[in-house]
Structures are given as C-alpha cells and as structure tokens.
Design a protein around this ligand. Structure first.
Ligand SMILES: Cc1cc2nc3c(=O)[nH]c(=O)nc-3n(C[C@H](O)[C@H](O)[C@H](O)COP(=O)(O)OP(=O)(O)OC[C@H]3O[C@@H](n4cnc5c(N)ncnc54)[C@H](O)[C@@H]3O)c2cc1C
Length: 414
C-alpha cells in the first residue's frame, strides 16, 4: 500500500469534481476514483443559478464557460394555453441570474479534466468494492480496475460522491426509502429542427401533460434537445408498445409536442430510469461524508439535482478541510442540517407540483410580482435565503397563497 492520502473522493461527477477541487485548493492531498470511462452519459442537464457560485469558488467556472454550453435564463411551465414564465433576472434573492443547459457527458468530462489539469489524480474505470474504517477514522478502500487488478488506498477521510452508485450507504446498510412516490422517466436527445418556430432555447420548458405526468424540454447549444417524460408507472403501463413506441405516443399525444417533435430524428433511442428517489440514515460518519445524490435525490421537476450535488459537496469539503486541519466540526449543525434544510424546501415544492398546488400558483391570473420573484428564487436554487418567505415558511406559504388565490377568484367571479 502506498502512503496515506488526506482525502479519497469516490465518483467524478459534479459532486466529486467540486470536492476534489476544493480539497486540492486547500493544499491537502486528494485522489478521485471513478467507475466509468469519461465521457459517459448521465441524466441531469438543466442546471440552476445557485451552482454557479460553487463552480466559481471551486475554480471550475472558467473551464465550463469555455465550452459554450447553452445559456439558461429561466424556466417556463405550460399547461394547455396557460404559461408561467420565470426569468431568473427577476428573482428576489441576490445571486446569479443565469446558468447553463449542458450535455452532461461533456460537462462532467470538463470538470474532471480541469481537476486533473490542476494536478489531482483521477483514476477512471476504477470501482470501489470495499472499505474498512479504523478507530482513528482513517480507512482503507479496495478498488478494482477493468483488468481485474485491485489496489488498496489508505486515506484520512473519504468523500462519497458516487451518485446513483450510493457506495457507502450500500456497503454499510444506510439506505432509507424516500417518502416520495416512485416514478419513471423515458427520455431521448432529439434533433430540434423546428426550435426557432416555437420558443427560445434559453430556458427549460416543463409541460403539465396530464395529472401527475409531465414533459421536460431542455435545448442544447448544438441544436439537439433533451426531451423526457416523467410520471407514475401506471401512466406508462397504459401506453402499448416498447419504450420507443411509448415515447413516440407521448410526443403524438400532445399538440405542442407533436408539432415541434412529431417528425424529428432521435439522436439515440429512448432510455428509461425508474424509482430514483432515495435517501440515507445519515449524511456523515466516522471517517466519511456523503455528498450529492448520495445524500438525497428527490425528483427531476425543478432541476435541483446538480445544484444539490455541487452545493453539498462544496460545503462538505469545507468541513473536511477544517477537520483535517485540526478544527472540530459539528457535522449535524455545519453540514447535515444545512443540506437537509434546502432539500426540505424543494421537497415541499415537488409535492406541491404533484398535488396540484403549484399549478394554481403558477397559472393564477395577475400574480403578485413580489411573490413571483420569491418563488423564482426557489426555482433558481436559492433555497437557503431565510429572508425569502417562500423559503423560510415553505411548509405553509404555498398553501396560504392558494387559499388567497381561491378567494380572489371567487370575488372576481361574483
Ligand atoms: C429523470 C431524471 C432527470 C434529471 N434531470 C435533472 C436536471 O435537469 N437537472 C439536474 O440538476 N439534475 C437532474 N437530475 C438529477 C441528476 O441526475 C443528479 O442529481 C446528478 O447527476 C448528481 O450528481 P452527482 O455528482 O451526485 O452524481 P453522478 O453524476 O451520478 O456521479 C457519480 C459518479 O460516481 C461514479 N460511481 C458510482 N459508483 C462507483 C463506485 N463503486 N466506484 C467508483 N465510482 C463510482 C459514477 O460512475 C458516477 O460517474 C435528474 C435525475 C433524473 C432521475
């Protein structure tokens, strides 16, 4: 075994690259092990402005800028003739008013390559298979390469950024079921040849297609668009045919989608993902911290996944640095509670999306501009801004607003 490194990062997705860059910037030794060969496909293409602060502090922003990804200025929600257009420039919280829509294979490769360029060792096609923790919180991790050879890596601390791999929760039985209903997504990249006749490319569009069933449209800068459908299993089970037939039927079944995408070519055949919501008993333990999707992933509707991945790994790395430099860290207060608070805000909005509450808010006649700006900040990922009542009082604020909207609508009808 080689000498002990300060930090081993598992996974080179956005969470892993942010962590590695932060640890390296602090002058500690760090190594990343990644199961796949990059570029590799992963879903999660629409970012939120709150990511930008983290990319900047981790000194990864300029590398991403150089890739000319599609800029994203907002989010638009459609239901029949109703439109709710949120422009991040109108948001209540102070912060970034734009971000990107990215092909994740390219985005994640850019981050990992920049981390390597800074001097961090990133081993691809290297899978974590076992970890042993010791009383002093250090560990030995066993990794396996494609050729079957193994290596043991000794580290003072581990950051688990393994996303859907959920390495530490799986190895140590920390997984816990989510309280959200299981859902399924069917998606592909399509050649968006009619884009200019329909909408600007600089925002994500979410279409409320049917109760509990919605569509994402995420245009990229190369003329290709990510088009996906999300809903309960029953909805998909009721559509005959294989995945491609179901995907085609979903396009044909909606007038807007049929006109825009009915005759376009797919860049690749539709793929599916199922039952992605997951969480764990705890976000940290002796000698490790979990970041990104490993902590909790809710639902794709508000594009919050990469935002949580980057923000949580940024915060986790700061605590790891403090700890390895001899400070005492209160992981509950300094990490878990902070991440959980943001997750809880989005959980309220995700539930409100599926139970119809948000529909009333988004499509109310004459929305109050201040309230709209506050909801817009949530959609931009600023879910830690306690000056925003739609963050601070998220449990009750939306329900209160819907009651007010109902009263106003009754008054204007009479
Ligand atoms: C249908 C759907 C749509 C989504 N849309 C969006 C969206 O529009 N916007 C958004 O922000 N998010 C979206 N997400 C969420 C997004 O996919 C994730 O939140 C995001 O990828 C999390 O990043 P991460 O760095 O935590 O993990 P990942 O990006 O999953 O990276 C983890 C890495 O760890 C590696 N790994 C796994 N196991 C091991 C192992 N044993 N050893 C070594 N390496 C390992 C993996 O190969 C992987 O590269 C969506 C999710 C779903 C399900």
């Amino acid at each position: 075994m080689k000498e002990k490194i300060d930090v081993l990062v598992i996974g080179a997705g956005p969470a892993g690259s942010i962590s590695a860059s932060m640890i390296h910037k602090a002058g500690l030794s760090v190594r990343v092990v990644e199961r796949e060969k990059f570029p590799r496909f992963v879903i999660g293409e629409s970012l939120l402005p709150r990511c930008m602060e983290v990319l900047e502090d981790a000194e990864l922003l300029e590398a991403v800028k150089a890739k000319n990804f599609q800029q994203k200025f907002g989010a638009k929600f459609l239901k029949e003739e109703n439109v709710a257009d949120f422009n991040f420039s109108d948001q209540f919280s102070k912060g970034w008013n734009w971000t990107w829509q990215v092909q994740r294979a390219e985005f994640d490769l850019t981050l990992a390559t920049e981390v390597q360029r800074k001097g961090v060792q990133v081993d691809f096609e290297t899978t974590v298979t076992a970890i042993k923790f010791f009383d002093d919180e250090s560990s030995v991790t066993t990794v396996q390469r494609l050729d079957g050879s193994t290596e043991e890596i000794a580290a003072r601390f581990i950051i688990d950024a393994s996303g859907y791999g959920r390495v530490i929760p799986r190895l140590f039985n920390l997984d816990k079921p989510s309280n959200l209903d299981p859902r399924k997504a069917v998606f592909a990249h399509v050649k968006d040849i009619h884009r200019d006749n329909f909408d600007e490319p600089n925002r994500i569009i979410a279409i409320m297609y049917a109760p509990g069933f919605w569509t994402w449209i995420i245009p990229f800068s190369n003329g290709v668009t990510s088009l996906g459908f999300v809903g309960g299993f029953d909805y998909f089970n009721a559509i005959p045919g294989d995945l491609s037939a179901q995907y085609k039927a979903c396009i044909e079944g909606h007038p807007y989608l049929k006109k825009r995408f009915g005759d376009v070519e797919w860049v690749w055949e539709p793929r599916k993902l199922e039952a992605w919501s997951a969480t764990t008993d705890k976000f940290y333990g002796k000698g490790f911290v979990l970041t990104g999707n490993v902590t909790e992933f809710l639902d794709p509707i508000f594009s919050s996944g990469v935002m949580f991945a980057t923000v949580s790994s940024h915060l986790a790395s700061k605590q790891v640095i403090r700890k390895l430099k001899g400070e005492s860290v209160d992981w509950d207060t300094d990490y878990t509670k902070v991440v959980q608070q943001g997750v809880d805000v989005f959980r309220t909005y995700v539930m409100a999306w599926y139970d119809g509450t948000l529909e009333k808010v988004f499509f109310s006649k004459n929305p109050d501009p201040m309230i709209k700006s506050q909801v817009c900040s949530v959609l931009a990922g600023y879910v830690w801004d306690q000056t925003n009542p739609y963050v601070r009082e998220h449990h009750v604020a939306l329900k209160r607003l819907v009651k007010l909207i109902d009263v106003n609508e009754r008054i204007s009808r009479n």
